[in-house]
Ligand binder design. Structure first.
Ligand code: 6GU
Length: 225
């Protein structure tokens, strides 16, 4: 899978994809993430990519020309399954969207800043608008990193134990059960006896029950879905 990201702050995206599972995915050739600095398509030598909004009001708007030129430049060599705009007024990201997007071949992600991007770019190019939650970030980069991480780990072959993504919280509309590792007693707290029983069926039943219990208590909303 190839993911291209258009941003005014490529430095913000250096680190998230350089470690751990995202790094492994790229080293294995299963995922390629490329960040493109929008200022390369600035309208003047000052690197201008934003301007005041028509109708007045505080805050700058990212101009259509640099964005359009960047998108069309990238489209010359890549056909995108989706062109995604990261925006707080987009559809709220969830595991189902991550599953869906992980099956795509090429994605283009546009990160907004300031008051957002000129509406005409959304009308002309964007096929999907994603928010990562009901709060406002200063730019779309951290949100894009979240989305790419959630998608990237689902690409077959990225995780060592291929079944582990299937057992994640949310994969079956249930939260994950509690987990424990050594020692068996820590600060007076013992692990549940069942985990030492050696009975895989009983352990599986216990985990299912814990998942259900946790979901009822913490996220009754997803249980109803
Ligand atoms: Cl995608 N962008 C920004 N700027 N803020 C957000 C967001 C995106 N998702 C939640 N808050």
């Amino acid at each position: 899978m190839q993911i291209d990201i258009i941003t005014v702050a490529p430095e913000l995206l250096d680190s998230p994809f350089s470690h751990s599972i995202m790094k492994r995915a790229q080293d294995k050739g299963l995922l390629s993430v490329r960040c493109h600095n929008l200022r390369e398509w600035a309208i003047n030598k000052h690197g201008q990519v934003d301007d005041y909004q028509y109708g007045g009001g505080a805050g700058m708007v990212m101009m259509s020309e640099p964005l359009s030129n960047a998108i069309e430049h990238l489209q010359q060599t890549t056909t995108y399954d989706d062109i995604i705009y990261m925006t707080p007024d987009g559809e709220t990201f969830n595991q189902g969207m991550a599953n869906y997007l992980s099956m795509k071949g090429n994605l283009l992600i546009i990160c907004g800043h300031y008051k957002g991007i000129d509406q005409r770019i959304r009308d002309l190019y964007v096929t999907k608008e994603i928010s990562i939650g009901d709060y406002v970030l200063s730019g779309g980069e951290l949100a894009a990193a979240v989305v790419v991480d959630a998608i990237g780990r689902l690409i077959p072959g990225v995780l060592n134990d291929e079944t582990s993504a299937l057992l994640d919280s949310f994969q079956d509309n249930l939260l994950a059960p509690p987990v424990y590792t050594r020692p068996a007693e820590f600060k007076g707290l013992k692990i549940p006896d069942i985990l030492l029983s050696g009975d895989p069926v009983k352990i599986e039943d216990w985990r299912s029950e814990q998942s259900l219990q946790r979901t009822k208590e913490r996220r009754p909303d997803i249980l109803r879905d």
